[in-house]
Design a protein around this ligand. Structure first.
Ligand code: SF4
Ligand code: SF4
Length: 375
């Protein structure tokens, strides 16, 4: 059967895919080798990009400061790794029923690819090439990479996760959107980002430009180390869990220059850590341990600036087709103070709490040097 863009989009709609766009392979000819669809499917003629919505309500628990797992499960990890791939799988099967090969993109990120491993054979590139899904989706005309680097769509604004399929079927491409079609360059993301990771949209030196040949696009050069630290719970301003376990810490993420990889190493080490002297499960941070055990992933910031604040601005500016009866923000968003409330007393809070409860008074003068006392 001859497959056309029209037939493909009608099938996508039947499968429940509301955002879809198609790019021709020529737009990606200059992509870096380690991020190019052509590297792993040299016969590709077209790229299909889809977006699946993040329900607005899935962010509500973090907005209220009462519930975190919905964000990790429904808007991030399972949407990227399960709900959305179901659709790219079904659409790939349809393309192959029409007699064309379809390579669905594996849900991974380019910076995590195996460039420290040897190629499988002489002359091959390092293994596990992963393209930048956002850049390719922008090149298909699915939407626009917003100033915050989060992908914006006409229907759902920044509340989406993306999927790609490469095929050897030649399809009619959609136009690439001009930068500024959807992004307001309003700076709401910059202002609300708890990690100070998103530059000021007025700063022209902070732009990253991508050239698709027929069109150039640009977006902000986000400091990914700061974002990763905040997203993965190392920022006390947006993590009550970190604040509870380390109330005296004042790690200034906003001024950190850690790389993304350093930030991952630190945050995942803390999240998986156990400390023998801590009572109970020994987990250094109970919630991080629990959510990782459950989903294999965890997100704590809840995209306060780049999705929540951005979505609010786009709704107000009527740049999102999906509309709601009530505004997203019903009150000012919460933020915790970075600095400790007071200089802490004591050395080991677990031991001191236990002794004070079970042996009141036994610690009297415990940490006072006898010589100092005499004076
Ligand atoms: S909040 Fe959204 S619309 Fe405004 S600058 Fe940031 S990405 Fe663009
Ligand atoms: S996830 Fe959080 S820290 Fe990262 S850019 Fe978005 S708002 Fe900022």
């Amino acid at each position: 059967m001859k497959l056309t863009s029209e037939i493909l989009k009608a099938k996508a709609k039947e499968l429940g895919i509301n955002c879809i766009a198609i790019g021709n392979i020529e737009r990606f000819r200059n992509a870096p080798t380690l991020m190019s669809p052509i590297t792993y499917f040299p016969g590709a003629r077209s790229v299909i990009a889809i977006a699946m919505p993040i329900p607005r309500g899935a962010n509500r628990g973090i907005e209220e400061g009462t519930h975190w797992h919905n964000y990790t499960f429904y808007t991030y990890n399972k949407l990227n790794a399960f709900f959305r791939p179901m659709k790219t799988y079904q659409l790939s099967c349809f393309i192959e029923d029409c007699g064309y090969e379809a390579v669905a993109h594996y849900p991974a990120v380019p910076e995590g690819n195996g460039t420290t491993r040897r190629p499988v054979a002489e002359g091959k590139v390092p293994p596990d090439v992963v393209c930048s899904i956002r850049v390719i989706a922008a090149g298909c005309g699915l939407g626009e990479i917003g100033w915050s680097k989060v992908f914006l769509t006409k229907k759902y604004g920044p509340r989406v996760r993306l999927g790609l399929i490469f095929t050897d079927c030649e399809l009619e491409p959609d136009p690439i959107l001009d930068t500024g079609t959807l992004c307001l360059h309003c700076g709401a993301c910059t202002k609300s980002c708890p990690g100070g990771a998103i530059p000021d949209p007025k700063d022209e030196n902070a732009r990253i430009t991508v050239d698709f040949g027929e069109k150039k696009i640009w977006f902000g050069d986000v400091q990914m180390g700061r974002c990763t630290l905040s997203h993965h719970g190392m920022n006390a301003e947006c993590s009550p869990f970190l604040k509870k376990e380390f109330p005296n810490m004042a790690f200034d993420v906003r001024n950190s220059q850690m790389t993304e990889e350093e930030a991952y190493i630190l945050s995942y080490s803390v999240a998986g850590a156990k400390w023998g002297r801590k009572p109970g499960s020994h987990a250094v941070i109970d919630y991080y341990n629990q959510i990782i055990d459950h989903t294999g992933y965890f997100s704590i910031c809840g995209a306060k600036g780049c999705i929540r604040a951005c979505n609010d601005m786009m709704e107000k500016a009527k740049r999102e087709e999906q509309s709601f009866h009530n505004p997203y923000y019903k009150k000012k968003s919460w933020a915790l103070p970075l600095q400790p409330a007071a200089k802490p007393a004591g050395v080991n809070p677990y031991r001191e709490k236990y002794l004070d409860e079970h042996y009141p008074g036994i610690r009297e003068n415990e940490y006072v040097c006898p010589t100092a006392k005499k004076k």
